[in-house]
Design a protein around this ligand. Structure first.
Ligand code: GLN
Length: 301
């Protein structure tokens, strides 16, 4: 893994940081970390694996698993399960499909999932529930939300407001859009490092049980389904290319993180803030491509 890290160092400048969230634009392009946790609990790291970054859309994976735990398959009444082939924040697709989001990983779908988590809660309770879930999965109580990132997005997230209001007009979300987005921006602003993130995803590599805590997080069939969704939708309009190059389920975030799952074997988190045109980490994808190839990791054996 150290070899892969060293090999890709000279590509870090090729990506572009997500400047549409001003606070994320301040992160240096040179940051680059990798962490792999195996099902036996072995940890291997390289580079800036212990440095916090904004998990952004990777949070959508965890809110989905949290909401499925609470609402079961009823959650699918409000969000579809199809790849989008469109940008993560596309408005045109939502209008075309009468306010029903394509999948839980595009922004519209994730906002609808967060709306479900908000039911019966105040926004700060829902934020607390999501944060506790992340701490539980990572077995690490030091995980926090970066208030500057949350605020930065709150002030500039006009597209997300448009998506939420549009869904509200179709009755797809129940709560006040501003309340739902307050929670959504905070979940996206959770700060974690590669080690914590790889640990949090391990249950998806282990049939829904976390070997770290011994807890069952989701059922075996649900873990498989979440992995399928990651494969088909985890990288938005770059999902096909990611599947082609890496061959593993993965979820990206505009903070430059990617969580990838090697079913039955390991969980991998990589962070490099430079993004490609689809908003996915450029070197992060290249890292996973190389690592998967060298380790012969693929779901398509
Ligand atoms: N918080 C970001 C947004 O809503 C998440 C997008 C992402 O990571 N792809 O725009």
């Amino acid at each position: 893994m150290l070899e892969v890290h060293a090999e890709l160092l000279d590509r870090l400048e090729l990506g572009k940081v997500a400047d549409y969230i001003p606070q994320l634009a301040t992160v240096p392009l040179q940051k680059y970390g990798i962490a792999v946790v195996t099902r036996e609990g072995e940890l291997v790291t390289a580079g800036d694996a212990a440095e916090d970054f904004s998990i952004q859309s990777i949070s959508k994976l965890f809110t989905l698993s949290l909401a499925l735990g609470r609402f079961g398959d009823r959650l699918w009444d409000r969000v579809d399960r199809e790849p989008s082939g469109n940008a993560f924040n596309s408005i045109v697709q939502l209008e075309h499909e009468n306010g029903r989001p394509r999948n839980p990983f595009v922004n519209a779908g994730a906002i609808a999932v967060t709306d479900a988590i908000l039911s019966g809660h105040l926004p700060k309770e829902a934020i607390g529930e999501i944060l506790s879930y992340m701490r539980f999965l990572a077995s690490d109580d030091s995980i926090v939300i970066d208030p500057l990132v949350a605020r930065s997005e709150q002030l500039t997230g006009h597209r997300n407001f448009a998506l939420a209001h549009f869904m509200k007009s179709y009755g797809v979300i129940d709560h006040d859009p501003a309340m739902v987005l307050g929670v959504y921006f905070h979940q996206c602003a959770i700060a974690m490092n590669c080690i914590q993130l790889a640990r949090s995803g391990l249950f998806l590599a282990c049939d829904g049980c976390s070997p770290l805590t011994g807890d069952r997080v989701v059922s075996t069939s649900r873990a498989r389904r979440i992995n399928s969704l990651m494969m088909m939708c985890g990288h938005y309009d770059g999902a096909g290319d990611f599947a082609f190059r890496v061959g593993l389920p993965g979820k990206s975030g505009v903070g430059g993180g990617i969580l990838a799952i090697v079913p039955g074997k390991a969980s991998i988190a990589v962070w490099s803030p430079g993004l490609d045109i689809n908003g996915n980490s450029l070197v992060g994808t290249a890292t996973l491509e190389l690592l998967a190839k060298r380790m012969s990791w693929s779901v398509f054996h």
